[in-house]
Design a protein around this ligand. Structure first.
Ligand SMILES: NC(=O)c1ccc[n+]([C@@H]2O[C@H](COP(=O)([O-])OP(=O)(O)OC[C@H]3O[C@@H](n4cnc5c(N)ncnc54)[C@H](O)[C@@H]3O)[C@@H](O)[C@H]2O)c1
Length: 283
């Protein structure tokens, strides 16, 4: 199926980034938020990022204006009725996502592909809330979506070939790198990265090294582009602990569980960059 019109539900950190990437690639986008204020704020954020690209000489004013004109925001789910593909990026809660997919199935065209951007929930369980699970897939973008090249295209238990192929084609049109995979906890990257980062934090205490030293060790000894403490501050300690808990619940592997030090940081509001303090302080 050829996709021209993409619906994005939830214009938070991920949804707004996905909407931005899609309008820049020439798709028409309908972004749905729960209130007009949130929709306006997301559209303003996207406009701001595109203007920055003009200032940096990465695109022309005409290109920016044409991209912005392709974005429409709404509070009505019904406005997604004629979308070819809908990408869900709402809160990471199974019940909320299942309720939304039931609604999307009711109001979208029968041939529309329904995708979830969930990080740690089962795409199969979300799809099971619909009577047409064959058209449900995962499209797992990474944060920040405009900058991170990878999108994991997740085949759920009952996904049909057509919708998976459509999602793969859209990722290519977005100029991103698609990695197709099956619906397993953490998919590919988080399945590897979450326990690895948890190990790194355990090593902080076991080897009694500072965050600076651990980051220097992994950057200079393992070739990491940034050290694990810097990466955790960037991802958000709260986001990482939440993903660890979700993976531990599913896999019961001790390495998946967030180390107490990270849980304490999360509880204290030391989320990293976004809160101004994590392993490091940000001005
Ligand atoms: N933040 C990340 O690093 C990251 C990376 C990849 C995937 N994800 C996934 O993307 C999804 C969104 O994450 P985010 O970080 O953008 O969250 P966010 O909190 O920034 O945004 C969530 C948005 O959904 C809306 N929303 C909340 N509850 C809703 C409901 N019941 N119905 C409809 N809309 C609702 C909110 O208004 C908000 O704009 C989650 O499934 C998350 O796991 C997040």
């Amino acid at each position: 199926m050829t996709v021209q019109r993409i619906g994005v539900v939830g214009l938070g950190a991920m949804g707004a980034g996905i909407a931005q990437v899609a309008i820049e690639a020439g798709f028409d986008v309908v972004g749905r938020e729960v209130s007009g204020e949130l929709g306006d704020a997301a559209a303003a954020r996207i406009g701001h990022f595109l203007t920055r690209k003009v200032e940096k000489g990465q695109q022309t004013e005409e290109e920016r204006d044409a991209a912005v004109a392709r974005l429409e925001t709404t509070t009505e789910l019904d406005a997604l009725a004629d979308c070819d593909l809908v990408i869900e990026a709402i809160v990471e809660e199974l019940d909320a996502k299942r309720a939304l997919f039931t609604e999307l199935e009711r109001l979208c065209r029968a041939d529309a592909v329904l995708a979830t951007n969930t990080s740690a929930l089962s795409v199969t369980e979300i799809a099971a809330a619909t009577a047409s699970p064959e058209r449900v897939v995962g499209m797992h973008f990474f944060n920040p979506a405009p900058l991170m090249p990878l999108v994991e295209v997740v085949r759920a238990e009952l996904s049909a070939d057509g919708p998976v192929a459509t999602a793969l084609a859209v990722v290519e049109q977005l100029g991103k790198v698609a990695v197709p995979c099956h619906d397993t906890p953490g998919f590919v990257v988080n399945r590897v990265l979450i326990p690895l980062l948890n190990d790194c934090v355990r090593v902080l205490d076991e080897a009694r090294v500072s965050p600076e030293s651990l980051d220097a060790a992994m950057a200079n000894g393992a070739g990491w582009p940034m050290g694990p403490c810097t990466l955790l501050d960037l991802v958000g300690i709260d986001v990482h602990v939440h993903a660890s808990e979700a993976l531990y619940e599913k896999l019961r592997e001790p390495r998946m569980a967030a180390p107490p030090r990270l849980v304490a940081m999360r509880n204290a509001g030391l989320y990293g960059r976004k809160s101004g303090r994590g392993f490091y302080a940000y001005g």
